[in-house]
Design a binder for this molecule. Structure first.
Ligand SMILES: [Zn+2]
Length: 312
């Protein structure tokens, strides 16, 4: 599968095969955007979603004995069709984890089929709109192993990476290392070292930073107690402070299957509900995030209400 087909690498990648929007990170970077895109010049926007989680509706919600994932295919295809209509075009479309429901170590064959169908959906995205995905607990396992991480990487590329776009530094994390690194302590340490270096780099560059991750640091209150849907407080507190001090202006996450959010000393942490199965009163949809000169403006829309003309 090809990686990106935009700006710098557009010409070379286009020659080697079928055009695809699906971005594959390598060496903890993606090539879709120019590395020199370090200065903000004009407003832009991107689309953020989470948890299409192919297979969860019939398996978890409907308890179907032979669960398929037709409903997620339909939701994913609707989302792609709408994003393809958006004008101006978004800079990219990011999915914050739990791409598929089947755990790679428990149901590898089903997982493979779900991943193949997931890719078919996002290959229909306009090739000028890079599709960026990251790993959730369902993608690398609740207790990741070297094998599950490798399996994810062979399918979607590196599990954490960074990039410049429109003068903003974007960091894409693998929060499963914060959740349970008991089987992969060395990989977790590398991730931590990488994140420390990236934050130091961002601080030196003095740029705005936006972070994408699966499990949110907290749901609504940075002081909330430990719970299944957010990161354990002792880890949370350390990283929130580092992020805040390194120019992070917004964090976007998923995992909750509900919309939620709060702020850590003025740094918002926004959780977007699933594009697939809902666990509350929200409905499948996507978030539109505008990067303006001073502010980040963001709104969630159900698929029924997503606009296709975006005012910047
Ligand atoms: Zn999750």
């Amino acid at each position: 599968m090809n990686a990106c087909l935009f700006t710098d690498c557009y010409a070379s990648k286009r020659l080697v095969g079928k055009m695809s929007s699906i971005v594959v990170a390598k060496d903890h970077q993606i090539e879709c955007f120019s590395k020199g895109d370090t200065k903000w010049t004009r407003p832009f926007y991107f689309v953020q979603g989470a948890d299409l989680q192919m297979g969860m509706i019939q398996s978890y919600l409907e308890k179907n004995p032979i669960p398929g994932w037709e409903k997620e295919i339909e939701l994913g295809e609707r989302a792609v069709a709408i994003v393809n209509e958006m004008r101006p075009k978004p800079k990219f479309f990011v999915m914050c984890g739990d791409l598929c429901h089947a755990f790679p170590d428990e149901e590898p064959e089903i997982r493979q089929k779900q991943e193949a169908d997931f890719k078919k959906i996002f290959e229909k995205l306009d090739p000028e709109i890079p599709f960026i995905s990251l790993s959730g607990n369902h993608d690398v396992g609740n207790q990741p192993t070297t094998e599950t991480i490798e399996s994810y990487k062979s399918s979607f590329g590196d599990d954490y990476f960074s990039f410049w776009c429109g003068g903003v530094r974007f960091l894409v994390l693998n929060t499963q290392y914060f959740e349970d690194a008991s089987e992969v302590p060395e990989l977790a340490e590398k991730h931590e070292q990488w994140l420390n270096e990236e934050l130091e780099f961002a601080k030196q560059a003095g740029s705005r930073v936006i972070v994408f991750q699966h499990i949110p640091w907290f749901l609504s209150d940075p002081d909330e107690e430990a719970n299944y849907f957010s990161i354990e407080p002792s880890i949370r507190n350390v990283w929130l402070e580092k992020l805040k001090n390194s120019g992070v202006v917004h964090v976007f996450a998923g995992h909750l299957h509900l919309n939620a959010g709060g702020s850590y000393h003025g740094m918002p942490v926004t959780t977007t509900t699933a594009l697939g199965a809902q666990l509350g009163d929200d409905v499948p949809g996507l978030r539109i995030v505008k990067v303006m000169e001073k502010e980040i403006e963001q709104s969630f829309y159900s698929l029924d209400n997503l606009p296709t003309t975006i005012d910047l």
